[in-house]
Design a protein around this ligand. Structure first.
Ligand SMILES: Nc1ncnc2c1ncn2[C@@H]1O[C@H](COP(=O)(O)OP(=O)(O)OP(=O)(O)O)[C@@H](O)[C@H]1O
Ligand SMILES: O=P(O)(O)OC[C@H]1O[C@H](OP(=O)(O)OP(=O)(O)O)[C@H](O)[C@@H]1O
Ligand SMILES: O=C(O)c1cccnc1
Ligand SMILES: [Mg+2]
Length: 632
């Protein structure tokens, strides 16, 4: 580690006025976009990853060089640049994701396939969900990039093989283990809908083709990479829809997440689903997600009195010859507020230990002061105390950010607080004071957001943890991975429950748009069928319900699959977009859906259909595979 200024990261750091870009930090970023450390005048809602940009940048570059985890896992850009040039695809974000992160039965099946000489049978698997989560009628697909990273780097190590040898029966032949050592995804082809797309039940999100043994081995890992990712992205998208597009949504879930991986993935996919920022620093560094934060009740209650503030002087933000005793200044403003005719009815004696805490925090972060106001009493203490400190900051040329509410009636408190801010703006002639940011947290979920909207509120930003990251309303998405074709022969899985019957064949999927510009139906066809075309009438059939069918004249047709991995076959693969691009795509997709499919209560189901030819084939295969019963 060289001295500051000598590292590559250091050389590439560019300071443009108030905006820092740490180009070296590109090495942390999952998909090759730059982590931006922004500081100075960019006013955030909360404490950002700001403050002393230089110090932060320096420490980040140190981490980059010294942290062995950065050598490979977060080390390089994703394999494919936006211009299509192909490079190495890095491993999965989580180093726990290896070929052993699977179920035992995948390995026993692999052995049995190998024993039967079926390992190279050409198989096609579909990864799909059968039901949308949270009582909704849509799902946002996520986890693809991690699947591609996994497939691209799929290899058993010697020690993996040794472990497998130890858990399989001793009579398993050595040749199998030698074979496994050479298994990779070089013969595998993966098509998928783009990450961040809105998708619907039965339409496969991913189609995996290749030698039976290896594509079978991908099942469990692909499912674990897609299920939670899609569930939590959908959850975030649903929270965003209810909150409204102008609200700041902050993901605060790490402490409540299902373990560290739940926390890291949760932060990433909530951002994908439309959140603006996370409190999770590691996710910020890894994925370039904006990081935000306030402070906790502990900070407020750790103060007893002003005596604890030893360095009381604050210098003016621009006038270097002006500095004041900030504690005295704050107390003066509190007194002026108390004496003010219009304000005096609102509060009496405020809590002075709280005021000491706020004052101290403002001394630490004069450019980013935000206070948690509900430790003692929101309206009688927290808000007036905050305002006294904010007015003192204003006197010295700084602009406070706002408050956070973390208990009580968030509608009422936010509206009362806004009124108080506006009164202060009027009485103290401080322009913009009334618009200060009000952030709310405390067990917020879709229903709370909806209730707050109905009651009216003055909240600008929501900090949401538990309900978001744990997907409290529905803890799992039921994506499955089903064999649909082997050696060119379509396969079907029957079930008493018709929603569980699989749709056979290697299929192509299209989204068909109508006259009003909205998607009408998703259509699956056999790979050898001609694709639907704009202006040409097609028959769309419900896959299992005979009477449900419609002719459609598409206004526009969108092919849903792109090829994201093509082993060594030389087929050009689709570049993996940056997280930022995925997020933009997700927002566009969500905005483009017909509103009645998206609404919270009793949404209209979206139509998923098959071509007439595929319908006939499904039912032919169904009849030929279902045994005819005998009645006695
Ligand atoms: N106006 C509102 N309408 C609907 N729900 C609200 C409103 N304000 C707050 N909530 C929600 O009501 C719940 C209140 O939580 P709870 O009953 O635990 O009280 P609390 O305010 O946290 O109390 P405490 O002071 O003990 O922390 C939270 O889930 C919060 O998001
Ligand atoms: O409520 P959530 O949506 O999960 O959001 C995260 C919560 O975590 C923090 O406090 P924590 O609950 O840890 O302690 P506190 O509520 O006692 O401050 C924060 O104040 C939020 O309330
Ligand atoms: O920064 C915050 O306010 C925060 C972060 C995590 C959890 N609760 C609150
Ligand atoms: Mg809480």
């Amino acid at each position: 580690m060289g001295r500051v200024g000598e590292t590559e990261a250091e050389e590439q750091r560019i300071c443009r006025g108030d905006h820092w870009e740490l180009r070296g930090a590109e090495r942390f970023s999952a998909v090759g976009h730059f982590l931006e450390i922004q500081c100075g005048r960019r006013q955030g809602f909360m404490m950002e990853n700001s403050g002393n940009g230089t110090a932060l940048a320096n420490s980040s570059s140190k981490i980059a060089e010294s942290d062995p985890r950065n050598s490979g896992i977060f080390g390089s850009k994703v394999g494919v640049e936006a211009d299509g040039a192909q490079g190495r695809i890095p491993p999965t974000t989580n180093p726990l994701v290896t070929p052993l992160l699977t179920d035992m039965y995948q390995i026993t099946m692999a052995y049995a396939y190998w024993k039967a000489g079926k390992q190279n049978d050409v198989a096609v698997f579909d990864l799909l969900h059968r039901k949308n989560p949270f009582g909704g009628e849509y799902t946002v697909f996520a986890g693809l990039e991690e699947c591609i990273r996994f497939a691209a780097n799929f290899r058993f190590s010697e020690s993996d093989i040794e472990y497998l040898r130890s858990i399989l029966p001793p009579q398993c032949e050595e040749g199998f283990f030698e074979y496994l050592l050479d298994v990779d995804c070089s013969e595998v082809v993966i098509h998928a809908i783009p990450e961040g797309s809105v998708c619907f039940p039965r339409v496969p999100m991913i189609r995996v083709e290749g030698p039976l043994l290896i594509v079978q081995l991908l099942e469990t890992t692909f499912l674990t990479l897609v299920n939670y990712a899609s569930l939590v992205t959908t959850n975030a998208a649903r929270h965003r829809r209810v909150a409204g597009k102008d609200k700041m949504l902050l993901e605060f879930g790490l402490r409540r997440a299902q373990g560290p991986d739940g926390g890291i993935c949760g932060s990433k996919y909530c951002y994908l689903g439309g959140f603006n920022a996370t409190s999770n620093i590691d996710a910020g560094r890894r994925f370039g997600i904006p990081v935000r934060g306030t402070h906790s009740h502990a900070f407020v209650s750790s103060f007893m009195s002003f005596d604890e503030i030893t360095k009381r002087t604050l210098q003016h933000s621009t006038k270097s010859n002006v500095s004041k005793d900030f504690v005295d200044l704050t107390l003066q403003f509190l007194n002026r507020m108390k004496e003010n005719e219009s304000l005096r009815h609102y509060f009496g004696e405020t809590n002075h230990s709280e005021l000491a805490a706020f004052t101290s925090y403002a001394l630490a972060f004069p450019t980013a002061f935000q206070a948690l106001v509900d430790t003692y009493d929101v309206l009688k203490s927290g808000v007036p105390n905050f305002c006294a400190v904010a007015l003192a900051l204003n006197e010295l040329g700084y602009k406070a950010v706002g408050i956070r509410l973390d208990s009580g009636d968030l509608s009422y408190f936010s509206m009362e607080t806004r009124n108080f801010f506006r009164l202060i703006e009027r009485e103290f002639q401080v322009k913009g004071f009334g618009d200060m940011i009000i952030t709310a947290s405390n067990d917020i979920n879709e229903e709370t957001l909806d209730a707050l909207n109905k009651q009216g509120h003055e909240i600008d930003a929501f900090g949401i943890g538990t309900h978001l990251i744990t997907c409290y309303k529905q803890p799992a998405l039921g994506c499955v991975y089903k064999l649909v074709e082997i050696n060119g022969q379509p396969r079907i899985k029957l079930s008493e429950d018709v929603t569980k019957v699989t749709i056979p064949c290697k299929k192509l999927c299209y989204r068909v748009y109508g006259k009003d510009g909205y998607a009408l139906v998703d259509l699956m066809i056999g790979e050898d069928e001609p694709p639907p075309k704009a202006g040409e009438r097609i028959l769309c059939r419900h896959p299992f319900s005979e009477s449900k069918r419609a002719f459609v004249i598409p206004q526009r047709v969108e092919r849903l699959y792109k090829c994201y991995w093509s082993g060594k076959t030389g087929v050009p693969m689709e570049p993996l977009p940056t997280l930022e691009a995925q997020r933009k795509h997700c927002q566009e997709e969500l905005a483009a859906q017909r509103p009645d499919h998206m609404r919270g209560l009793n949404p209209t189901p979206y139509k998923v259909s098959v071509s007439g030819k595929l319908y006939d084939f499904i039912h032919f295969l169904w009849l030929s595979e279902a045994p005819v019963g005998e009645l006695h």
